[in-house]
Design a protein around this ligand. Structure first.
Ligand SMILES: Cc1cc2nc3c(=O)[nH]c(=O)nc-3n(C[C@H](O)[C@H](O)[C@H](O)COP(=O)(O)OP(=O)(O)OC[C@H]3O[C@@H](n4cnc5c(N)ncnc54)[C@H](O)[C@@H]3O)c2cc1C
Ligand SMILES: C[S@@+](CC[C@H](N)C(=O)[O-])C[C@H]1O[C@@H](n2cnc3c(N)ncnc32)[C@H](O)[C@@H]1O
Length: 616
């Protein structure tokens, strides 16, 4: 029996008609034409947007869709892209869905389209979670990536920072689903379009034509599909000047989880990077034998909670693909004070996590999960993971093995950065630099408001493999025993392990698992100390710095293994002018310039000094 506070799944938005086609319970309309959904997707949306011709000469193409539904349009798109994509080109897809189908319903809806079975299976294998927010889904066998916004269309468009080259406008019929076709939505579509973008839809209703025209599209009717006489093709004016695509040189300073995640994220966008770290991969805070991947648990469903919920989902998927990376799945968060009872109730009920991802436990169930009696209740986090940093860093740095050089200075000349080593020796030149050197980022960018929180972990060999648990301190299984701790010492930057800190960690273990600690008494523990980098608001720095071409991913505090993979994709997207997987409100809370923006706002200076994304 679940707790009354756990989130329950929404009822299915689909009902099934006698002809086997999915029908919307909420809008009383069909998801696709009974005359043949796949053929309709091809005729209305693919041909309507001039695909595949429009792909010629492109190394990245962005499709936007309103109404993800069963994913059939996306399946048809992936199938076409696989056959016609220009060599080396990447497909970015942004789609919006407020009432997500279950994977079971989607499988049933897509079952008839066996001729595109590979694309159907590719999408179903990564069917999105029923959690509010943005989710990034990799489609590597299609050289593609899908960002799905699970929310109302107006919120989704307001939160997206991308610009589509083509739009599939596929709400239910305007009479039944006016919210998908409002003037405000169509204006937002135009605002999120690249010059010359195309839009296609099955509807020729007056408000749709007028709305698109008012938003700046030239609109034309074309012969319709099935029983529909006509459909619409729309186009924005083309850019007056064509900017040829270019592949910038990218340098990453630091080879911890931030640097490795950045190298992966740039590679996923088709751009290689040079990585620099004098001490090799994992020399800093990212080099412990195990790391717990869990979100910051903020009650209230605000931006911080949304950021970490999205980050956890992304990290979990990416780590699961790396051989040898996962040590254990799931973790138990114990209450640490009276306030945690109602706080955990609210967090468990949050729609930012899929039903079943967070399960509220009373003390009896928490004791069972923990492996020994506790009087505290808890929260079972089924999507948390314990990972081995080593294989993750190795997999993501890949061919971009760090060059063992310390970056001592950065100089920009004529739009190109020069990376300087000791004695001003030039190490490299790059158009884009990403600082991912933990606390040391402040040596290269003095405006970065970073402070140190020294931490020491302890670990020991043991045949016991405890459940990952947090409550005061934390305890996680390793390959051959367990790791626990950790100390938190603000503004202490002294290197090296301390015996006194091992004693503190043993006390944390005894508080969390007294029986286990008693069994292990006297066992020799190993230790490792390093520095966390934190910001004044304890949120990361991820994005552009005021100097053009300079970006940062740091300030990851105690949650680097949760936050870095998603934030690295955000930084890489901003650097390359691609669509970010982060909604704008979440991008704002990690904006490296937020402290300066707030300071200026307080002092009445409203100048917009944010760095614009680099156009590829
Ligand atoms: C004791 C402890 C336990 C932790 N446990 C967890 C956990 O369980 N889960 C979790 O998510 N997080 C945990 N954290 C936090 C996590 O380790 C950090 O958030 C994360 O490692 C930060 O990664 P990073 O890549 O930003 O920095 P780092 O891993 O510190 O990497 C920075 C890299 O930059 C390099 N560098 C520095 N200066 C230069 C330069 N001038 N030129 C080139 N390279 C340079 C360094 O050599 C280093 O390799 C823990 C932290 C500590 C201290
Ligand atoms: C015609 S169906 C889309 C069919 C889909 N393209 C496919 O290939 O199966 C329209 C979709 O729009 C979604 N929708 C309707 N109103 C919405 C809104 N206000 N915000 C976001 N999505 C909405 C519906 O839930 C439905 O899945």
């Amino acid at each position: 029996m679940n707790s009354p506070h756990d989130r329950t799944p929404e009822p299915s938005p689909v009902e099934w008609r006698a002809d086997g086609a999915p029908h919307s319970r909420l809008f009383d309309d069909v998801y696709f034409s009974a005359a043949g959904g796949l053929a309709e997707a091809r005729a209305v949306f693919l041909a309507g947007c001039g695909l595949p011709r429009a792909w010629i000469g492109r190394d990245r193409f962005t499709i936007g869709e309103l109404g993800f539904g069963s994913g059939l349009n996306i399946v048809a798109l992936l199938d076409l892209w696989r056959r016609y994509r220009p060599a080396g080109a990447r497909l970015q897809i942004f789609s919006v869905e407020a009432h997500l189908m279950s994977a079971v319903d989607a499988r049933r809806a897509l079952a008839p389209w066996t001729e595109v079975g590979e694309a159907v299976e590719g999408l179903l294998a990564r069917w999105p979670r029923a959690a509010r927010g943005f989710q990034r889904i990799d489609l590597p066998e299609f050289a593609g990536q899908l960002d799905l916004a699970v929310m109302d269309v107006a919120d989704a468009l307001a939160a997206w920072d991308g610009a589509a080259d083509a739009w599939f406008l596929d709400g239910f019929s305007p009479a039944r689903n006016p919210a998908m076709w409002s003037e405000r939505v169509l204006r937002a579509v135009a605002a999120h379009s690249a010059p010359g973008a195309r839009a296609a839809t099955f509807s020729v209703a007056g408000p749709v034509r007028r709305g698109l025209a008012a938003a700046g599209f030239s609109v034309a009717k074309a012969p319709g599909f099935g029983k529909k006489r006509e459909r619409l093709e729309a186009r924005l004016p083309a850019a007056t000047r064509f900017t040829p695509p270019r592949r910038p040189r990218v340098a990453i300073v630091g080879a911890g989880i931030a640097g490795a995640a950045l190298a992966r994220a740039f590679r996923a966008l088709g751009v290689g990077a040079q990585v620099f770290d004098p001490d090799g991969a994992g020399a800093g805070a990212s080099g412990n034998p195990a790391a717990l991947v869990m979100p910051r648990l903020d009650a209230g469903g605000g931006a911080v909670a949304a950021l970490f919920a999205q980050a956890l989902g992304r990290a979990g998927e990416l780590y699961a693909d790396i051989p040898g990376a996962i040590l254990a799945g799931g973790a138990l968060q114990l209450e640490t004070g009276a306030k945690d009872q109602s706080r955990f109730d609210r967090i468990a009920a949050s729609d930012l996590f899929a039903p079943g991802a967070l399960v509220r436990l009373d003390a009896t169930k928490a004791s069972r999960a923990l492996g020994e009696p506790t009087k505290r209740g808890g929260l079972a986090m089924t999507d948390a993971q314990v990972v081995r940093p080593g294989p993750i860093l190795a997999a993501w740095l890949g061919g971009d093995v760090p060059q063992t050089e310390r970056v001592a200075g950065l100089i920009q000349e004529d739009g190109v950065w020069r990376l300087l080593g000791p004695e001003d020796r030039e190490l490299a030149r790059a158009e884009i630099i990403c600082l991912a050197a933990g606390l040391a980022c402040r040596d290269l960018e003095p405006s970065a408001p970073l402070a140190a929180v020294r931490g020491q972990v302890s670990w020991l060999s043991s045949p016991e493999r405890p459940t990952a648990a947090i409550g005061g301190g934390y305890l996680v299984p390793t390959g051959d025993g367990m790791l626990f701790g950790a100390t938190h010492d603000r503004d202490d930057e002294v290197a090296g392990e301390r015996e006194a800190d091992t004693v503190r960690n043993l006390a944390l273990l005894a508080d969390l698992r007294p029986q286990l600690a008693a069994r292990l008494a006297g066992a020799p523990a190993l230790a490792r100390a390093s520095l966390r980098a934190v910001t004044p608001d304890f949120l990361p720095l991820a994005g552009a710095l005021p100097r053009p071409g300079l970006f940062i991913l740091s300030g990851l505090g105690s949650r680097g293994f949760c936050a870095a993979p998603l934030l690295a994709e955000h930084v890489a997207a901003r650097a390359l002018g691609a669509a970010s997987p982060l909604p704008l409100d979440l991008a704002a809370i990690v904006d490296p310039q937020r402290f300066e923006i707030r300071r200026r706002r307080r002092s009445g200076d409203s100048r917009n000094f944010a760095q614009k994304p680099v156009t590829p």
